[in-house]
Design a binder for this molecule. Structure first.
Ligand SMILES: *[C@@H]1O[C@H](CO)[C@@H](O)[C@H](O)[C@H]1NC(C)=O
Ligand SMILES: *[C@@H]1O[C@H](CO)[C@@H](O)[C@H](O)[C@H]1NC(C)=O
Length: 462
């Protein structure tokens, strides 16, 4: 080998080392608690799922809920029906607000009871029940929907009798948007919600339920910000546990720091067709488009949960707002968006905390999390046009082993190299790709403390 060749090789090495960015993850600085990732099977989709052939059904359930081969989703969002018989549990008016309501429970709830049973069998513990509307008879204009809170409590109690804990309860869906189906409006100053929330809170407490209350599932993050300010100013947040928003008119891009309550994106999805494409031209149904949305929401907007609209549907390729479709009628196929979620949801588990990182890589969003079992997960989302290399060191954590997975146009949740040396892990992140690294603690690794310093306040978690 000539000197010139040696110099050329050294030059190449120097260039690749210079191109490698040092990142430090400090697990002692904790940010938001993570509740999980999820979706809904509302409006008949739970029944469609229940009626699917057993192989189709099992394959779709594994995609959605398995933590080894699927996305490991951990939150479901059920719709509290408000239509007539077979939809609402209170289809008929009791006659007056003071009369006792007659509840009708069919042990089915449009397939959602079956769907809940399936989700729970995979380990799902977070069940969000959300009312799109009160039944029509409660909505006489100008009058309070007096029995609305009773119906909500009854719904939670019916699920409890069936053996399922509804953990979160919402009484609104897109109250800033007029549609032709079930919906209920509130003013931009949220005055109707402000008057209803304490009544609902007291009714839930006096019924002995431990369900957490949410508000307001606005169409987009900007309007939810307006509602949240109004709720904070009126003192309503003392009764609430989670601030909820959809991402249709505006994505979650910055924190709603008016309140330290947890924030969830509870619905979103494109209006364009179902696609398995990861990246082509940045279209609204492409996987990488959503990989970026999720990264911005979890890291920049500090969300505790991110829910897509629907999970599984059959032969509905005209819409990209569900994650898995049996396009041929029998074989479930995940969308590109499904894999964007899986890169987060399979390994970042409920009970995790986001933790601090220092160091930046051009065009790369870095999200680091510590699970309650002590493992650390780092997700890199590279929106640039060239591959990047990162060398990640840790403070407060000693890595015993590292594994990494990559998704880009060409690889789907494929294992990729993660080299552990001297306590630091080195990974390459391809252009328009996501790499998820999971590190399991070695001998001197630490488990998370129970006191959490949030960006806006200090809370103690269990
Ligand atoms: C890690 O975070 C803790 C808690 O915020 C802080 O005290 C410590 O200085 C940080 N360590 C490094 C190396 O930045
Ligand atoms: C449901 O909630 C009750 C009371 O909070 C609790 O004791 C029980 O373990 C929960 N069940 C499940 C399946 O999570």
């Amino acid at each position: 080998m000539t000197i010139i060749t040696k110099l050329a090789i050294l030059g190449t090495l120097a260039a690749s080392v210079a191109g490698q960015t040092a990142i430090t993850v400090n697990v002692s600085t904790q940010y938001q608690h993570i509740d999980g990732f999820g979706f809904s099977q509302a409006f008949g989709r739970a029944k469609e799922f229940q009626n699917a052939g057993s192989t189709t059904q099992k394959t779709a359930l594994d995609y959605l809920f398995s933590t080894t081969t699927g996305a490991g989703f951990s939150i479901i969002r059920n719709r509290i029906g408000s239509g007539g018989s077979g939809d609402s549990i209170e289809p008929n008016s009791p006659g007056s607000p003071s009369s006792s309501p007659t509840y009708v429970w069919d042990d089915d709830d449009s397939g959602q009871l079956w769907f809940t049973e399936q989700a729970v069998s995979y380990g799902v513990k977070t069940i969000y029940a959300d009312a799109w509307s009160a039944p029509g008879f409660m909505k006489t204009s100008g009058s309070e929907s007096t029995s609305g809170y009773l119906l909500l409590v009854k719904y939670v109690q019916l699920y409890a009798s069936a053996g399922y804990n509804i953990t979160h309860l919402g009484f609104l869906n897109e109250p800033d948007y007029q549609v032709s189906y079930s919906q209920m409006q509130i003013s931009s100053n949220a005055q109707e919600a402000i008057s209803f929330i304490p009544v609902l809170y007291n009714t839930v407490k006096s019924a002995g339920l431990s369900v957490e209350l949410t508000c307001c599932d606005a169409v987009g993050w900007a309007m939810q910000g307006t509602y949240t300010t109004a709720l904070v100013n009126a003192g309503s947040t003392q009764y609430l546990d989670v601030i909820t928003s959809h991402s249709y008119s505006a994505d979650a891009t910055s924190p709603l720091s008016q309140t330290p309550l947890r924030k969830w994106n509870t619905e979103g999805g494109p209006s364009t067709a179902f696609m398995t494409t990861w990246y082509s031209n940045g279209g609204t149904s492409e996987g990488f488009t959503w990989a970026n949305k999720i990264a911005v929401a979890m890291v920049n907007a500090q969300l505790s949960a991110y829910l897509f609209w629907e999970g599984f549907e059959i032969q509905q390729s005209q819409s990209g707002s569900h994650l898995v479709d049996a396009l041929d009628g029998t074989n479930p196929t995940p969308s590109g968006i499904f894999w964007a979620f899986a890169m987060w949801s399979r390994y970042i588990r409920p009970g995790a905390h986001r933790v601090a990182t220092t160091g930046t890589i051009s065009s790369v969003i870095i999200g680091a999390f510590q699970n309650s079992d002590g493992s650390v997960v780092v997700v890199f989302t590279n929106s640039g046009t060239s591959s990047q290399s990162a060398k990640v060191s840790f403070s407060g954590f000693t890595s015993g082993s590292a594994s990494a997975w990559v998704t880009n146009q060409g690889s789907t949740f494929a294992t990729t190299s993660a080299t552990l040396s001297g306590g630091a892990v080195t990974v390459a992140v391809p252009a328009r790709g996501v790499v998820t690294v999971k590190l399991v603690a070695g001998d001197s690794g630490t488990t998370p403390s129970t006191t959490t310093t949030l960006a806006t306040s200090t809370v103690t978690t269990t």
